[in-house]
Ligand binder design. Structure first.
Ligand code: SF4
Length: 143
C-alpha cells in the first residue's frame, strides 16, 4: 500500500494515536507507561486537547517499528539510499549503526543536509523509502 504524503506530512493526530495504540494492543494506562507520560496525558492526546509532543511521537514510532514487520529488514539505510562514502561516514545513522532506525536519530544527513529539529527531520523521513517501508499501515490508521 502506498503512503499518502498528506497523511505523513502531518504530525500524529488523535485518531492516528488511538489507532496505533489499539494496533499495539495497549490500554491507555499501558500506553502511558510505555511512553513515560501520565494517563491524563494519553487521554488528552486522544481527545485532541493536547498536541502530541515530538518525544512522544518518536517513542510511538519506535514501538510500532519494533512490532510490525519491515520490508527489506536486513538492509541498512545507507545501502537503500546508496549513500556515497563521504556522506555515510559523516552521518550519525552510520556512526551509531542505526540501520533502518535512522529516522529515530536527529542529525542524519538526508536530502542533502542535517535537520535541526525532529519536526523537520521526520517530515523528510516520512516520505523516505527507508522509513515508509515499515509504516504503510499508518495510512489506514489515519483514516
Ligand atoms: S531520510 Fe530518514 S528514513 Fe530516510 S535514510 Fe534519512 S534518516 Fe533514514
Amino acid at each position: 500500500m502506498a503512503i499518502s504524503e498528506n497523511v505523513w506530512r502531518d504530525t500524529v493526530n488523535r485518531n492516528t494515536f488511538v489507532s496505533l495504540r489499539k494496533k499495539l494492543g495497549k490500554t491507555q494506562a499501558q500506553m502511558a507507561q510505555l511512553l513515560g507520560v501520565s494517563i491524563k496525558a494519553v487521554h488528552s492526546y486522544e481527545q485532541g486537547w493536547r498536541t502530541i509532543p515530538a518525544h512522544v511521537e518518536r517513542q510511538l514510532f519506535f514501538l510500532i517499528s519494533r512490532v510490525f514487520e519491515e520490508v527489506n529488514p536486513e538492509k541498512q539505510c545507507w545501502v537503500i539510499k546508496k549513500c556515497p562514502k563521504d556522506r555515510k561516514y559523516n552521518c550519525p545513522a552510520w556512526e551509531f549503526k542505526a540501520g533502518k532506525l535512522c529516522w529515530f536519530i536527529n542529525g542524519t544527513i538526508c536530502a542533502g543536509h542535517a535537520y535541526k529539529t525532529w519536526k523537520e527531520k521526520i517530515q523528510i523521513c516520512r516520505v523516505c523509502e527507508v522509513m515508509s517501508a515499515g509504516f504503510d499501515f499508518v495510512e489506514e490508521a489515519s483514516e
